[in-house]
Design a protein. Sequence first.
Length: 244
Amino acid sequence: MNEFQDKVVLITGGTRGIGRACAAAFAQAGARVAICGRTLGTTVRVAAELGANVQGYAADVADPASVDSLIAEVSDRLGPIDILINNAGIARDGLILRMKNEDWDAVLAANLSGAFYCCRAVARGMIKQRHGRIINISSVVGLHGQAGQSNYAAAKAGLVGLSKALAHEFASRNITVNTIAPGYIETDMTAGFTEEMRAAALARIPLKRSGTCEEIAAAVLFLASDGAGYITGAVVPIDGGLGM
Ligand code: NDP
């Protein structure tokens, strides 16, 4: 399947978890893929593991200058970006009475401002091409909230608003902007769950299992495909029914 032959795809936070699975799936489908993470050595190693279609770049999405350099470098080396996946994210959980300003700021910066910087940086090229796909990785937590995650929930809800605003702004240029809201996916981000937390999470999921990174990647590829050309401003929950 070479549906994405020679399309240029940028995935933020592609070094592991959901981002890495997306990179592998796009590369398999013929795309030229750029992944970024905060450490050059890691991104280059992961890119090499994923094959010749994948390149690794160091960038901190929380830093607007770093994002601008990333987009310029990727565009120079691979060509104009056709598909942007804003996936990079962190969690710094805590009940609000104990939440430090730094934890609020860091989560908002990486999860929400990072997506804004990336969307702004790719917008000019996509508008010029009159084609583009932007997919933002939010969370069920951004739709429903979660105790101990006020910073993360605010950032992920903000991504939904950002996506819908841009879906309006870009629609006349044939650029779609959609949001995916994963539920409980086994990655490094959820590796710190205790058995008790894991059991409690699974008990609330109608499908009674966690999701896989590959299941998120499959939805990302669909939204990036020509077949999804009439979908914009949508929020797609991939959560085993958790949000029903
Ligand atoms: P991981 O912790 O496994 O991976 C996070 C990725 O983001 C890494 O590649 C990391 O790269 C990168 N990253 C983090 N901060 C930055 C930054 N400032 N600049 C650049 N890259 C950064 O997370 P997941 O794969 O689980 O999550 C991916 C996305 O999906 C996140 O946005 C997350 O919020 C969301 N999500 C995850 C869920 C889950 O259950 N796992 C559920 C719902 C949403 P590096 O460390 O190399 O810099």
